[in-house]
Design a protein around this ligand. Structure first.
Ligand code: SF4
Length: 74
């Protein structure tokens, strides 16, 4: 079983899933996100500010391990 964590914005109807088996905590998502959605905590990324997401898909594209799945980005 993979360890997939999920954050949801009810306000935006957006879901971000991060596969913690793939996340290395390097924080590329936090660097590229224009809305400061992400925060790396104890070596893994989290998305506490998902309500500020502008659905640009930069995070999903930037992640070198493909750990991020964003519901607005295919
Ligand atoms: S889609 Fe854009 S704004 Fe939303 S979390 Fe990813 S990088 Fe940030």
């Amino acid at each position: 079983m993979s360890d997939v964590r999920k954050w949801e914005s009810k306000k935006l109807g957006v879901v971000i899933e991060v596969d913690y088996d793939k996340c290395k905590g390097i924080g590329e998502c936090a660097i590229v996100c224009p809305s400061s959605v992400y925060e790396v905590v104890d070596g893994k990324t989290t998305a506490p500010n998902i309500d500020d997401c502008i659905q640009c898909c930069a995070c999903q594209e930037a992640c070198p391990t493909g750990a991020i799945r964003h519901s607005s980005c295919r």
